[in-house]
Ligand binder design. Structure first.
Ligand code: 3HC
Length: 311
């Protein structure tokens, strides 16, 4: 027996309308959204670290200002997304506990190190490029607060992608050493950026249901494919080589054929065994502890303000 609530929910989804916080929704839909949105928020917050690493060492004042603004944007995206998740009934504290205790997932990509300045270029070009590919369709996600948050996030991501491309372009127009540095960064970030889209469709337990609910609009492999198609002409302009000898365009299918992604490495990173997992989590934990006095002061201020309005 389908309830009226459920019928209305199904209708809204079928008619491309949006589910809003006060609407009835299946418990599994709510859980999936909390899972995806909170993981996404955590990714933005942890994602501040690999680039934060270069703020004090950016090669010019201008580069430093741009990088600082970018890292601040990521903090903003994280807070925005935590707020969207809170509309589903989970608290900020619960999400923070899940992250700090190591229970929550965040994007695999942020567990790789950033040893050179060229990594700032490769992250912008590849990682933010992949993020845009994945997130533009999320602007049409069936859950209102998530879809609307994505609109602004995507606009800022486009700027990030361009600044990364421009860093690589400058390096590629520089000395031999700079060109080598740019190519080396592309070599290290290319495969992990393809893995960002998630496991292959036949190993992606959540995709089918999320697509039915119109949270996801395309499968992991479809988006990965689209991303590679975007990269090839841009790599040519940059003059960098994508580190995949098997990469070729298949005229028959009209699609790129890509080499084998190292899924063992991906699942190891998800298990917490990537090159920087421990460091990222430790850093986040310390920052949280160091910020305890700010939270206490804010709570105390709020308490006093509430007393004032009572009289
Ligand atoms: N890293 C870590 N975990 C991943 C992952 C990745 N790259 N890809 C998939 N997973 C996890 C899933 O979360 C899921 O775990 P769970 O069931 O325990 O939650 C499991 O692997 C199986 O994957 P599925 O394909 O079944 O999972 P989804 O349907 O949720 O698809 C996704 C995964 C495509 C990442 C989807 O969740 C998504 O589109 N999320 C929103 C985008 C996002 O989170 N991006 C984060 C990185 S970009 C970024 O932060 C911007 C930058 O500027 C800082």
């Amino acid at each position: 027996e389908v309830s009226d609530d459920e019928r209305r929910f199904d209708e809204l989804i079928a008619n491309e309308q949006r589910i809003e916080p006060r609407d009835w929704m299946p418990e599994a839909y709510r859980r999936t959204l909390v899972r995806q949105i909170s993981q996404h928020a955590h990714s933005e917050i942890i994602g501040m670290q690999p680039e934060g690493n270069w703020i004090t060492r950016a090669p010019s004042l201008k580069r430093k200002a741009i990088l600082m603004a970018k890292v601040q944007d990521e903090a903003g995206h994280g807070l925005y997304l935590y707020s969207a998740a809170q509309t589903l009934g989970i608290t900020r504290d619960e999400m923070m506990d899940q992250l700090i205790s190591g229970k929550a997932k965040y994007s695999s990509i942020f567990n790789y190190p950033t040893p050179t300045w060229a990594d700032m270029g490769a992250i912008g070009w590849l990682v933010d490029g992949a993020a845009i590919c994945n997130q533009v369709p999320l602007c049409r996600a069936s859950y209102g607060p998530y879809g609307r948050a994505m609109v602004r996030v995507c606009k800022e991501e486009s700027f990030h992608q361009r600044q990364g491309f421009e860093i690589l372009l400058s390096l590629m127009q520089g000395t031999d050493e700079q060109r080598k540095m740019a190519q080396d960064a592309v070599d290290r970030w290319y495969w992990p950026s393809l893995a960002m889209f998630g496991p292959p469709d036949d190993q992606s337990p959540n995709s089918a249901q999320s697509m039915k609910w119109k949270i996801k609009r395309f499968s992991n492999d479809e988006l990965r494919q689209r991303f590679v198609g975007m990269l090839v002409p841009q790599a040519e302009i940059l003059g960098v080589t994508l580190p995949d000898p098997d990469l070729r365009f298949d005229d028959e299918t009209g699609q790129y054929v890509i080499g084998e992604i190292d899924w063992d490495e991906f699942f190891e990173v998800l298990r917490g065994n990537g090159p920087c997992n421990a460091e990222r989590l430790e850093r986040r934990r310390t920052a949280h502890e160091d910020g305890a006095w700010v939270r206490e002061a804010a709570a105390e201020y709020a308490r006093k303000q509430a007393l004032k309005t009572e009289v």
